[in-house]
Each structure stands twice: as structure tokens, then as C-alpha cells.
Design a protein around this ligand. Structure first.
Ligand code: 5GP
Length: 194
């Protein structure tokens, strides 16, 4: 098991409805030493890519993306959730269905911060059905930029997002891939990784 898998086994809680709760170290209280390890691992896995910017989504991807950005020495842009119906022409817009909150959020990125010259690493905390990632990919496409890679902390491999994104041809690296989990026993089984 790698460092993140070990931490999930130690402190993660399996909830009903296919939810893995990791709020004691990842998306509420945040363990910065663990984040540093994740950032360095993303840097190692995407070492050959000409990444000049990291893109993530509000809110829980931001912490991991910031630490990763330090490792890559590049800026971070996060897609903002926007309630506004009057979106002006200065932003890229995409609709993202939230897995945990079961509602559709409109997310926006200012055109000032993303363009055709950008080589993007997309970072997020979880990958489930892939809606968040598809929204972010659409924003990079609208900007004419290049998605160089996608880095995820925890992929739930029994949900379809990972397979969909890999089929689309994107280099996707998930630090921990949960193959199955059981809320009755609390067990989590990981997909073996090279
Ligand atoms: P997707 O768009 O891939 O269906 O879901 C990804 C988003 O849903 C992530 O950004 C994350 O915030 C949230 N999410 C999905 N599954 C889980 C889960 O099991 N636990 C937690 N804490 N968040 C999740």
C-alpha cells in the first residue's frame, strides 16, 4: 500500500451511498505533510509534461492543487461555482453535476487566466462519475489550451468516471484507486498499482 492508501485505511470512513469520508485529513481538516507527499508524487508522475498551470474546482480540490502547484512551481486557477444567470462574455462556463450534493453547479473561469498557450494539469480530490473532470476539461477546451494530465487523490474505481476519462485518452493518475468498499464492515480494497 502507498502512503495515501495506508492513510485511507487508518482514518477513512465508509458511508452508505458509496461515500468515502476523508474529512479528518483531506477535505475538511487537511494534513499538510500528506498533501506535500501527494504534490511530490504528482510531480514525479507528470515529470515529462510541459505543465505551466494547474486547474481545479471549488472547493475541496483547492488545497491539494495549491500544494501540487508549489511542487511544479506554477500558478493555480480554480473554477468558481457561480449562481449568476447573467454570465458575461469574459468567462468560460460549464455545468457540473455534484456527486455529493446531487445538484448542478455552473462553474466559471475568467478568460484572463486560461488561454491557448496553457498546458494544464487538472487536479481534484475525488473521481466518481467524472462530471467534475468533464466540466474542467470542457473549460480547457473552450480556452484552446492543452490538458497535459489529470491528477486525482482518490478514484472510486467501481464508479464509471475513471474508465470514461481514460477512454477519452487523457493521462489520468490517481494516487489511490478504491476497487470496492463496504459500509457494513468498513473495509476498503484498492486496485493494485505499479
Ligand atoms: P464526480 O464529478 O467524479 O462524480 O465527483 C467528483 C466530486 O464529488 C469530487 O470533487 C468530490 O468533491 C465529490 N465526491 C465524489 N465522491 C466522493 C466521496 O466518496 N467522498 C467525498 N468526500 N467526496 C466525493
Amino acid at each position: 500500500m502507498n502512503f495515501l492508501e495506508e492513510r485511507i485505511v487508518k482514518d477513512g470512513v465508509v458511508k452508505a451511498g458509496n461515500i468515502l469520508k476523508v474529512d479528518s485529513f483531506l477535505n475538511h481538516q487537511m494534513d499538510m505533510r500528506l498533501f506535500r507527499q501527494m504534490g511530490e508524487e504528482f510531480k514525479r508522475r507528470f515529470a515529462d509534461k510541459p505543465i505551466n498551470k494547474i486547474l481545479t474546482i471549488e472547493a475541496s480540490g483547492i488545497g491539494i492543487a495549491c500544494v501540487a502547484a508549489e511542487c511544479f512551481d506554477v500558478p493555480v486557477v480554480f473554477a468558481k461555482k457561480s449562481q449568476s444567470v447573467n454570465i458575461d462574455g469574459d468567462v468560460y462556463v460549464s455545468e457540473v453535476e455534484s456527486f455529493t450534493h446531487k445538484r448542478v453547479n455552473r462553474v466559471i473561469v475568467s478568460k484572463k487566466f486560461l488561454g491557448p498557450e496553457d498546458h494544464i494539469l487538472i487536479i481534484d480530490d475525488f473521481l466518481a462519475n467524472g462530471c467534475a473532470l468533464q466540466g474542467l476539461i470542457s473549460i480547457v477546451d473552450q480556452a484552446g489550451g492543452t490538458v497535459e494530465g489529470i491528477g486525482i487523490a482518490i478514484e472510486k474505481g467501481f464508479q464509471p468516471g475513471g474508465a470514461k476519462i481514460r477512454e477519452m485518452g487523457y493521462p489520468l493518475e490517481s494516487l489511490a484507486i478504491v476497487e470496492s468498499m463496504d459500509d457494513a464492515t468498513g473495509t476498503v480494497v484498492f486496485r493494485p498499482q505499479p
